[in-house]
Write a protein that binds this ligand. Structure first.
Ligand SMILES: NC(=O)c1ccc[n+]([C@@H]2O[C@H](COP(=O)([O-])OP(=O)(O)OC[C@H]3O[C@@H](n4cnc5c(N)ncnc54)[C@H](OP(=O)(O)O)[C@@H]3O)[C@@H](O)[C@H]2O)c1
Length: 367
């Protein structure tokens, strides 16, 4: 009996070994593999053609056809008598947003860290639009002191603020901490703007209805935030960038909750993939992927800035708050960007890190 069962198990093992060696030999050649899937030469050719056509039409769609379906801000609102602040307005999306705001007659404040670039941008905007009410003011978001000085300057010199566009951004701080003890990528992209917004809130309240616009990115979809380690653990630049862009959306969501009905609205947006200086500090691989994506999803800066303009001027956005826009349309917020607990604890952490406490946790009554 025992002998019989031993023979059976030996036979089973031998068969299995045989099958495995046959299988691996068989799978070693692509032709054999194809025939295992019962793909004939003709079918393989069809598959190849199908995949190539799919790839080519995706590229054609995004690069050449998609642009005819992109939404534009068609609103012809004038900004005469209104004041607009744009951070990082000397280049890229910020510069083009400033150009559009100035063309609509607004007083435009270019908040930039580099004086020479800021003044050059101011001169170009004045000569292009003919609007001389464009000024440069120094703002370096990687220093909270600079943010406070800028805000004080604005509060003492301006008697209103209608639109605040938090646009400046950076990629690639390589884990550097600022003089304020905050990871640079997070400070420039989120914490600096957070403090700036709170310091200017009184002026925004005074000028209601007013708007705050946070230039985020579609990449925030991949973000995930843990407020207990966000400023403690240094991860890679891509992680910092993606999560700082998620902070922009969470900030908008939480602002909308805390200041619901106040007359100050706050929204975030993705401008589209545009080949700007934002990837200058990125490593070769990230830069290559970014440039390739920009080539495929080609859009000009004039097109990319449409959602910023829409949120800044259109009548329909006057009462909308806490949303994420793309191509002038509010988009679905993923759970990572609308979790009220995360949004609220990020707000608390931001207050702690920038050393500024808002008057109220649940409303705007103190203003
Ligand atoms: N381009 C895209 O495909 C894309 C996609 C999604 C989101 N975005 C977002 O769009 C925004 C604008 O980026 P962009 O593409 O226009 O890039 P950009 O041309 O590099 O513009 C970034 C601006 O931010 C300024 N800036 C950087 N660090 C600063 C600091 N510490 N203090 C003050 N200003 C600072 C830069 O000033 P300097 O010239 O002095 O460096 C520059 O004016 C960013 O928030 C970015 O995350 C861009």
């Amino acid at each position: 009996m025992h002998f019989k069962s031993q023979r059976k198990s030996y036979k089973r093992r031998r068969d299995k070994q045989h099958r495995t060696s046959e299988y691996s030999q068989f799978m070693n050649t692509p032709k054999a593999f194809a025939s295992s899937l019962s793909l004939t030469n003709e079918n393989m050719m069809m598959c190849f053609l199908f995949v190539t056509t799919l790839l080519v039409s995706t590229v054609l769609w995004f690069r050449y056809i998609h642009k005819y379906f992109k939404n534009k801000c068609t609103c012809a609102v004038s900004l005469l008598g209104k004041v607009v602040i744009i951070t990082g307005a000397n280049s890229g999306i910020g510069y083009h947003a400033a150009l559009q705001m100035a063309a609509r007659g607004g007083r435009v404040i270019l908040a930039c860290r580099n004086e020479a670039k800021g003044l050059a941008a101011r001169d170009r905007i004045i000569s292009t639009t003919g609007n001389s009410n464009v000024v440069y003011k120094h703002l370096d978001l990687s220093s909270l002191d600079s943010v406070r000085r800028f805000a004080n300057d604005v509060i003492t010199t301006e008697d209103r603020l209608d639109v605040l566009i938090n646009n400046a951004g950076m990629y690639g701080s390589s884990g550097k901490y600022t003089e304020d003890g905050i990871l640079e990528g997070f400070q420039v992209n989120h914490f600096g703007h957070f403090l700036l917004t709170l310091l200017l809130l009184e002026l925004l309240m005074k000028s209601r209805p007013s708007r705050i616009i946070n230039v985020s990115s579609i990449l925030h979809y991949y973000g995930s935030i843990r407020t207990d380690d966000i400023n403690k653990i240094v991860r890679n630049d891509l992680f910092t960038y993606i999560n700082s862009k998620l902070c922009n959306v969470l900030f908008s969501v939480e602002f909308a909750r805390r200041f619901r009905g106040s007359g100050v609205v706050c929204n975030a947006l993705h401008p589209g993939m545009i080949d700007t200086e934002i990837s200058a500090q990125a490593n070769f691989f990230v830069k290559w992927v970014f440039k390739a994506s920009c080539w495929v999803c080609y859009r000009t800066l004039g097109e990319g800035v449409q959602t910023v303009v829409h949120l800044a001027v259109s009548k329909e956005c006057e009462n909308i708050s806490g949303k994420f826009y793309m191509d002038c349309i509010p988009r679905y917020l993923l759970p990572n960007a609308r979790n009220p607990l995360v949004a609220s604890s990020l707000w608390d952490l931001s207050e702690e890190l920038v050393g500024y406490k808002t008057h109220t946790k649940s409303g705007f009554k103190d203003y």
